[in-house]
Design a protein. Structure first.
Length: 476
């Protein structure tokens, strides 16, 4: 008995939970206020929303039937919303306006009510009856068969496009001034044409978008009116605005060994993500500056200057400046420096070397010192004095080497040691004179030691020229 009672309690609880689970969070009831209208009137409905939850909630009503119907509140709301308290009801009045409806019929629109907090949605049908009050024209119901097309349906906003409308009047009615109304989110227009009884004609209307209209898909609605009366139901045509990329050369600016060129990129897509590339060479890159700063990349064996595009007001300009003036300045400076070098360089070249090094007791005991003096100027030089020095521990041997000129004097200097002196009366252009002597050390010198540079002195071009040789190292 007790088990049976437990079982019944569980069943009752499950039924209660099931009812609770499948109970709708809210209910919607549409109450017609004015649901039968003529085409130039507006229908009215009250939406009664019951909130079944224990919390205050907000509900949104999605518009239905666009572009042939419009749905709105007074005052206007966008989006249309209603706040309803916990476990209570609220209502809102909606107006439904037939924008492009001409046929006498009964229409059902599906509106959607959304619980904002959870996203739960309910579909609510709205039924509207259209009753005609339009009189006949000349005893006939206006019947104009119409077809339309957009040429091309993929539009480049920089170019004109055509809207072709074909009208076929089925009745002997004269339309002296038909209005063709064209409307989309991008443009609106009206054209006026007559249509004779039983006449068929094709009309082309030329349109042009703004050049920077961004890429998008759109719908074109075409309706035909006689006076203010719509006699042809609206036709909807889809079309596409295509993306384009256009490159435009900027006129060059030229001056001496310098020119500036540029490229402008134009696009109707302000978010265009691409590159601008201009071919170059590594050598030319040495003399090129860019604005904005470009990177140099190598592709398929060729070099390019590359910019990342950042469009401002749908365009971007890049500039390349080639300036070869520095290379001319550097070349001229090098020529001037070389000329100055040859003008002001010493006409005498003097070099010092060592030969026939003598060894004794593991050290250097003597060596032959050779000094070469050369006239590298194009003119004869007179009165050349050559001096060389030896440290105190060395002396000069008196021997004669064939083909060399012996010292004219050997003097003892208290600080510099021995001073060896030659006097060369003249030296022709390009000639060289060899001077030599043998040095002998009083004691063997271990390791290496340095000998000072020799000096040549003369007078040329009204100035005293002093030229030093290289220093030499003597060692075993």
């Amino acid at each position: 008995m007790r088990k049976t009672a437990y079982f019944l309690a569980i069943v009752v609880m499950l039924i209660f939970m099931a009812n609770f689970t499948y109970a709708s969070s809210f209910d919607v009831k549409v109450i017609p206020v004015k649901d039968k209208i003529v085409v130039d009137e507006t229908a009215e409905f009250d939406f009664l929303i019951t909130n079944n939850l224990q919390t205050d909630e907000e509900f949104t009503i999605k518009k239905a039937g666009y572009p042939f119907w419009d749905m709105y509140t007074m005052p206007l709301q966008n989006p249309i919303s209603l706040k309803v308290g916990a476990l209570s009801s609220g209502s809102i009045k909606l107006f439904v306006d037939p924008l492009y409806i001409t046929s006498v019929d009964t229409y059902t629109l599906d509106a959607f009510i959304v619980l904002e907090r959870t996203g739960e949605e309910q579909k609510v049908p709205i039924t509207i009856g259209i009753k005609s009050t339009d009189p006949l024209i000349g005893g006939y119901i206006p019947t104009v068969l119409t077809t339309t097309e957009i040429l091309p349906d993929k539009i480049d906003p920089r170019k004109e496009f055509k809207i072709r409308v074909t009208l076929n009047n089925q009745n002997p009615i004269n339309y002296p001034n038909l209005t063709i109304r064209i409307e989309s989110e991008l443009f609106k227009d009206e054209a006026y044409y007559p249509l004779d009884p039983k006449e068929e004609k094709a009309i082309e209307i030329t349109e042009k978008l703004d050049d920077v209209t961004p890429p998008r898909k759109d719908k074109l609605i075409i309706a035909i009116f006689q006076d203010k009366r719509m006699i042809v139901s609206p036709m909807v045509k889809e079309f596409t605005v295509e993306e384009y990329i256009e490159y435009e050369e900027i006129p060059k600016e030229k001056s001496f060994l310098k020119h500036r060129s540029g490229t402008k990129i134009i696009s109707n897509n302000p978010l265009y993500d691409g590159h601008i590339k201009i071919e170059t060479t590594p050598f030319k890159k040495l003399f090129v500056t860019t604005y904005p700063k470009a990177d140099m990349v190598k592709e398929n064996g060729k070099y390019y200057l590359v910019w990342e595009t950042e469009l401002k007001q749908n365009e971007m300009s890049v500039y390349v400046t080639e300036n070869y003036r520095p290379i001319v300045v550097i070349s001229l400076a090098a020529i001037v420096a070389l000329a100055l070098y040859f003008v002001f360089r010493s006409p005498i070249v003097i070099r010092k070397s060592v030969a026939n090094i003598g060894l004794s007791e593991g050290g250097v005991s003597g060596a032959k010192i050779i000094i070469r003096v050369k006239n590298r100027s194009p003119k004869q030089i007179l009165g050349i004095e050559v001096l060389d020095h030896l440290p105190h521990l060395a002396h000069v041997e008196k021997d004669v080497s064939i083909g060399s000129m012996q010292p004219h004097a050997v003097l003892q200097h208290p600080k510099k040691g021995l001073v060896i002196k030659w006097a060369i009366e003249s030296l022709e252009a390009g000639d060289e004179r060899v001077l030599s002597y043998r040095m002998r050390s009083r004691l063997p010198i271990l390791g290496e030691f340095n000998l000072p540079a020799a000096t040549a002195r003369c007078k040329a071009n009204n100035r005293i020229i002093i030229r030093n040789s290289n220093r030499v190292t003597v060692g075993n």
